[in-house]
Every structure is written in C-alpha cells, then in structure tokens.
Design a protein around this ligand. Structure first.
Ligand code: ADP
Length: 234
C-alpha cells in the first residue's frame, strides 16, 4: 500500500542519514580513545589517582562505539552480512550463555533449557548468536529482581515449510500492548539512556533475511516470550 511505501522510503532515508552520521562519529571516537591511552601512559604510576575517571571514560567511549556499530549495522545490514552456514541451534544457544553469564549471575537469574530441535538452520553463526544474545539481554533487563530465563528449541513447521523455533522466555516485567506494537521499530526503547532501541529491529532484519520470522508474546507483570522461527537448512 501507499502507506507502507512511504514508511519504507522513510526508513531508507533514515538508514542513509544514520550510516553517514555513524561513520562521522567513528573517527573522533577512535581519536579520543587513542589520546586517553596516551595520557594514561604518560601519567605512569600517577594514573592511579584518576583510576575511576579513566575507567568511566573507557566505558563511555566503548558505549559510544557500540552504539555506532549498531547504527551502522542497522543502516547497512548488507555490508555486515557474514558467511551463512549450517548449524545445530542448540550449539549456538550454548555458545551464547557464557557471553551473558555475568549478567545472569548479577541478577540472580536461573536458566532453564529444553533442547528439542533436531533440524539444522542456515545462518551466519555470529548473527544468529547476536540475535539470541539480544533476546537474552532484553530478558535479563526485564528481570531486575531475578527470575527464570527459559531457552527452548524445537522442530517446527511454518506455513507448510519445515524449520525450527528458538524461544527465549522470561518471568519479568512483561509488556503492555502499546509497547508490544512498537518493539520492532528502530529506535523504540523504554530504557532511556541505557537503550538504543536497535536490538530487536536488527534482530528482525537478520532473521527475515534468512527467510525466518521473529514474534513476541507478553503479559504485563508475568513475562515475555520471543520466538525465532528459521527454515530448515536443506
Ligand atoms: P533496547 O533493548 O535498546 O531498548 P530493543 O530493540 O532490544 O532495544 O528493545 C526495544 C524495547 O522492547 C525495550 O526497550 C523494551 O521496552 C522492550 N522489550 C524487549 N524485550 C523485552 C522483554 N523481554 N521484556 C520486556 N520488554 C522488552
């Protein structure tokens, strides 16, 4: 429809602008990090006095470069497309957990897994990992007082096509239907300065590029389940 066309043109324009701005930010940020390292080295033992400040500067610079990377990936996903390979979903899930272990421990979250997928998926491993980690990090954010994170995989057909599903469930804050409608919109976040609102829109792009789907179910105060469906690798 015309409305869809306008929306997709708008997004294309946002993408162009975003990619341009992100590129421009990259250079000064790299220069800042370089200079920070030089100053720290020049100070030698005295750098200890400003230990906290150095750490904060490092963290914030790291955060800026992470946002910039996300923006670029959102704006130019095709430039970031990697090798597509055949994977057992459960192996990829297993690879993701160590990456978020510290967050899980900090928030006292119990992990429950049920691995049932026997089929293989066709996707870039890093990208699939990124999608799962995105969902898991969101689930952790939704459970500040702890809870249960459930990771479930199963063989599943969709519209007559063989494939498999990966579910990431939390027992967290859940989402109102208002929030639910916007979660996949680029830049939509309820996390203020802590969020970019790009995690789910990037995840959706990566999954749909492989012919898959990503969907959400949620109940405020009870929790949320995100489901990724991917076609079976022939
Ligand atoms: P970000 O995490 O940077 O905000 P995302 O695109 O990953 O960006 O998520 C967008 C928004 O969707 C979040 O700010 C949050 O409001 C909502 N959301 C995503 N996952 C969950 C979840 N598991 N539980 C509750 N809300 C969620």
């Amino acid at each position: 429809t015309t409305k869809q066309l306008i929306v997709s043109e708008k997004l294309a324009t946002i993408g162009e602008i975003t990619a341009g701005v992100a590129h421009e930010i990259n250079n000064p940020v790299a220069v800042m990090q370089g200079n920070l390292d030089v100053v720290r080295n020049l100070m030698g033992d005295k750098a200890d006095i400003a230990r906290t400040e150095f750490r904060l500067l490092d963290e914030q610079i790291h955060r800026i470069s992470q946002i910039v990377t996300k923006l670029l990936q959102f704006a130019k996903p095709e430039e970031y497309a990697g090798y597509v390979e055949r994977h057992a979903a459960d192996n990829v899930i297993s690879d993701c957990l160590p990456l978020v272990r510290h967050l899980l421990n900090k928030a006292e979250i119990e992990v429950s897994r049920s691995d049932h997928a026997t089929r293989f998926v066709l996707m870039n491993r890093t990208e699939l990992q990124q999608v799962i980690v995105n969902l898991v990090v969101n689930a952790i954010h939704a459970m500040p007082d702890g809870g249960v994170l459930t990771l479930r995989s199963a063989d599943m057909d969709m519209d007559g096509k063989p494939g498999l599903s990966i579910e990431v469930s939390d027992t967290g804050i859940g989402m109102s239907s208002d929030v639910m409608q916007k979660v996949f919109d680029p830049f939509f976040t309820t996390k203020r300065q802590q969020g970019t609102g790009l995690g789910l829109s990037i995840s959706q792009k990566l999954v749909t590029r492989q012919g898959g789907k990503i969907s959400a179910e949620s109940e405020p105060g009870r929790g949320t389940t995100f489901t990724i469906w991917l076609p079976e690798a022939a």
